[in-house]
Design a protein around this ligand. Structure first.
Ligand code: GAR
Length: 187
């Protein structure tokens, strides 16, 4: 099996990235993490690029034409699949056009509920019964592309933002690799 050359975009802690790197070392996992793009030079996740010796670039999203730099490196590393794992920027229409149905995102809610930021505080405020995560394709609208996998759990009375995040991320570490396997199952 030829593994798809994949780029992971991050902005912060990178725990999903770390999990993916480890899963992708399995011979039968369909993708290889060939490049990491980060828009925050202080992000802890960059350490995983260094630790696992994966090429990475830091982009300054306030620079003009920064996406040209991204496209340049995606091409240079022959990237055919993109995974947004805690990347807190909106991807431009141009990039989406280049990678139609080839960009996925992990989001910490049961979409279409709670698109955008601060998902956990809004869930608590809303007295939600369930929380969870969603892996979906990326399209031009925020957190709106078709769902690949969703993993729910019931919220306890004692849950707060911190426990919701921990429980959600535990499910994310399953949902993201499972989604990638599902996508490439028949290829
Ligand atoms: C993840 O929980 C992911 O769902 C969320 O950021 C976290 C990144 O954690 N993404 C979003 O909120 C996107 N809107 P990580 O850096 O430890 O993987």
């Amino acid at each position: 099996m030829v593994k798809k050359k994949t780029c992971v975009f991050i902005s912060g802690k990178g725990s999903n990235l770390k999990n993916l790197i480890i899963r992708s070392r399995d011979n039968i996992f369909p993708v290889k993490i060939s490049l990491i793009i980060c828009n925050n030079k202080k992000a802890y996740g960059v350490n995983y690029a260094k630790k696992y010796k994966i090429p990475y670039i830091i982009v300054n999203t306030s620079a003009r034409l920064y996406e040209n730099k991204i496209l340049f490196y995606l091409k240079k590393y022959k990237i055919s699949f993109i995974c947004l794992a805690g990347y807190m920027r909106i991807i431009s229409k141009n990039l989406i056009k280049h990678y139609q149905k080839k960009i996925i995102n992990i989001h910490p809610s049961l979409l279409p509920k709670f698109k955008g930021l601060n998902t956990f505080s809004r869930m608590i405020k809303n007295d939600e019964i369930k929380a969870g995560c969603t892996v979906h394709y990326v399209n031009e609208k925020l957190d709106s592309g078709s769902t690949i996998i969703q993993k729910p759990f019931y919220i306890n009375q004692n849950d707060d933002e911190k426990t919701l995040k921990t429980k959600t991320q535990k499910l994310e570490y399953k949902a993201l690799p499972e989604s990638i396997i599902k996508i490439f199952r028949n290829t």
